[in-house]
Each structure stands twice: as structure tokens, then as C-alpha cells.
Design a protein around this ligand. Structure first.
Ligand code: NAD
Ligand code: UDP
Length: 312
């Protein structure tokens, strides 16, 4: 049955793929975005779809629409963007959550929160399970994002307990794919763009730090499956690819796949940069019957093809 679905941050990287999949399932989609890091180009192909509606809206202000489901993705996700105006980042997570949870309460909509592996901070438990409470610096340069997302989770669970709202909290681990921003400083986009331009590949620190990279199609499929779980399943649930890669190996793989002449250059490691990150996805496997299917090589090949079109 067709539903009326709000996607905040719908003009961003993950949001635009989500809008696309929801429309393909015949739902009506309202995409609300303030275009801070989102881009109209990401959703241009959806604008002519009569089931799609685009609203320029900042989630730190209330929104009055009638909906059955809400996916709250609004928030800058890369360090350079969320550190650009850290107060606005915290407001986006916290005031945004309050406004959207209020909307969910009034409309009785089911609401999904795009939380993050950053709630674990620089983890001293490996791999990270949902029961781990994290190791987060509350006063550092990543705190506006990490603590904002942690507070948003608190709000989701308090609205759930206090107002009986149906919530779905996803802890998203590093995700990559077409429509990542060209200049958002994230490692996959940085390395690919540098490789395509034959510029130095900038590895921060010694390149031994790890991340686990999930391709966007796998991730968005998990969002849909999580939204469809039975009402009593709230999460938080880790979503990500458990295969761990260090940054040096990633750089070498991207140089090989692009056939680039780029050389590796080591740069200082940013403050509070987590050393290791890998999701334990046992819960997602059990509850969503989901696990990532796209290999790093296949996902990188598709992402490189996207950047080849836009890198000048
Ligand atoms: P993105 O920057 O491409 O998308 C975020 C979108 O939110 C953008 O379109 C931006 O313009 C919009 N936005 C920002 N502030 C807003 C505000 N106040 N009001 C309305 N819109 C606003 O990033 P993304 O990678 O697509 O991330 C989407 C969500 O997933 C974010 O909440 C992010 O924290 C979360 N997440 C992403 C990753 C990842 O690896 N991509 C990992 C963990 C969590
Ligand atoms: N990184 C890097 N070179 C870059 C960009 C990032 O070595 O040009 C490193 C960064 O220090 C971190 C990892 O890659 O250890 C992932 O960074 P990203 O910003 O993509 O994600 P996050 O740190 O938020 O997981």
C-alpha cells in the first residue's frame, strides 16, 4: 500500500538514494532539506515524478505535514561539514529530533533515526556491539556530531517510552557510493578524486587506522528492512559492512582500480580520529535478515565510475 513518507536530508547522499527506492516502491515522498550539504542535482531526476515533493526546510524549525513514516537523515555527516558550524550541527541533531518526534507524535507516524557509529567514539571495544556505551570526548571537535547524535538517540527512546511512538534507530557505519560529495573530505571520495586527478593521495597518520565500508545500495536496503520490522523492535541496530580495511590498503586499492599515477603522501592525523571501527551486525542479521552483499571492489568500481563523470 502506498504511504506518505517524509525524508529529511533527502537531497543528500544517502537521502537521495532512499527517496529513489521509496518512489520505486510506489510511495509518496516528501523530501525536506536545507541544502547545506545536499544538492538539487542528487534529486533532479526525481523532480518530475508526481509522487515526489521537494521542500526547502531546516529541521531545527517545526514542520507541519501529514505523513505515515519519517526517515530523519538531516545532518551534515563529514567532519569538515559538521565542524563548519558546530552549534548548528548540534541544533540539527537535537532540535531536529525534537521537531520530528513531535511530528511523529501528532501524526502517529513511524520514525527512523539515522544515528551513527560515532556514538561509540574512539571505541575500546572491538568490534562494536549495540550494548557498548562508547568512548566519546564530550568537548572535542567531533563532539558536536557525536554528542548531538547521542542526544538524538536519547530523545527517540524518551519519546518512545513517554509517548509510545514507533521508533527505529539505525547506527550507520561508514557508507560510500555514487553522489558522495566531491569535496566533503571523506576518505573514499578524497582518495578517488585525488587518484583521478593524479594528485597525492593524502593518508592521515600512518594509514593503519581502520574503517568498515558499506556500499550505499546495501545500506539503503537495510533502512527499508528496519522500517518494516515489527513495532516492538526499536534498535539501536548497527548497520554497516563488517569487513575492516586500513587506510593504506584502501589507498592502494583505489590507485589500482583507477590505474592512477598518484603517489601516497602522509599527513597529520586529525584530533580524536578513531583508530579502529568495525560493526558487529549480529542483531541486524537476526532482525532484518540482512547483510551487505556488495564487495569493496565492486562498490569502489561503481563509485569511481560516478566520480569519473564529474571530476574535471
Ligand atoms: P549528506 O551530508 O549527504 O546528507 C545530509 C543531508 O542533510 C544534506 O542534504 C543536508 O543538506 C541536509 N541537512 C543538513 N542539515 C540540515 C538541516 N538543519 N535541515 C534540513 N536538512 C539538513 O550526508 P549523508 O552521508 O547522506 O548522511 C545522511 C545521514 O546519515 C546523516 O544524518 C548522517 O549523520 C548519517 N550517517 C551517514 C554516514 C555515512 O557514512 N554516510 C555514517 C553514519 C551516519
Ligand atoms: N582519512 C585519510 N585521508 C583523507 C581523508 C580521511 O587518511 O584524505 C582518514 C581519516 O583520518 C579517518 C578515515 O580516513 O581515519 C576515515 O575518515 P572519514 O572522514 O571518511 O570518516 P570518519 O573518520 O568519520 O569515519
Amino acid at each position: 500500500m502506498s504511504k506518505q513518507i517524509l525524508v529529511t536530508g533527502g537531497a543528500g547522499f544517502l537521502g537521495s538514494h532512499l527517496c529513489e527506492k521509496l518512489l520505486a516502491q510506489d510511495h509518496y515522498v516528501i523530501c525536506a532539506d536545507n541544502f547545506f550539504t545536499g544538492n538539487k542535482d542528487n534529486i533532479l531526476h526525481l523532480i518530475k515524478n508526481s509522487h515526489f515533493e521537494l521542500i526547502r526546510h531546516d529541521v531545527t524549525f517545526p514542520l507541519y505535514v501529514e505523513v505515515d513514516e519519517i526517515y530523519n537523515l538531516a545532518c551534515p555527516a563529514s567532519p569538515i561539514h559538521y565542524q563548519f558550524d558546530p552549534v548548528q550541527t548540534t541544533k540539527t541533531s537535537v532540535h531536529g529530533a525534537i521537531n520530528l518526534l513531535g511530528l511523529a507524535k501528532r501524526t502517529k507516524a513511524k520514525i527512523f533515526q539515522a544515528s551513527t557509529s560515532e556514538v561509540y567514539g574512539d571505541p575500546d571495544v572491538h568490534p562494536q556491539t549495540e550494548s557498548y556505551w562508547g568512548n566519546v570526548n564530550p568537548v572535542g571537535i567531533r563532539s558536536c556530531y557525536d554528542e548531538g547524535k547521542r542526544c538524538a538517540e536519547t530523545l527517540f527512546f524518551d519519546y518512545y517510552r513517554q509517548n509510545n511512538i514507533e521508533i527505529k534507530v539505525a547506527r550507520i557505519f561508514n557508507t560510500y557510493g555514487p553522489r558522495m560529495h566531491l569535496n566533503d573530505g571523506r576518505v573514499v571520495s578524497n582518495f578517488i578524486v585525488q587518484a583521478l586527478r593524479n594528485e597525492d593521495i593524502t593518508i592521515y597518520g600512518n594509514g593503519q587506522q581502520t574503517r568498515s565500508f558499506c556500499f550505499v545500495d546495501d545500506m539503503v536496503n537495510a533502512f527499508l528492512l528496519l522500517m518494516a520490522t515489527e513495532p516492538k523492535f526499536t534498535g539501536p541496530v548497527n548497520l554497516g559492512n563488517p569487513i575492516e580495511t586500513d587506510m593504506l590498503t584502501l589507498a592502494e586499492k583505489i590507485i589500482q582500480l583507477t590505474g592512477s599515477k598518484a603517489k601516497i603522501a602522509f599527513k597529520p592525523l586529525p584530533a580524536d580520529d578513531p583508530k579502529r571501527r568495525k560493526p558487529d551486525i549480529t542483531l541486524a542479521k537476526q532482525q532484518l535478515k540482512w547483510e551487505p552483499r556488495v564487495s569493496l571492489e565492486e562498490g569502489l568500481t561503481k563509485t569511481i565510475a560516478y566520480f569519473e563523470q564529474i571530476v574535471g
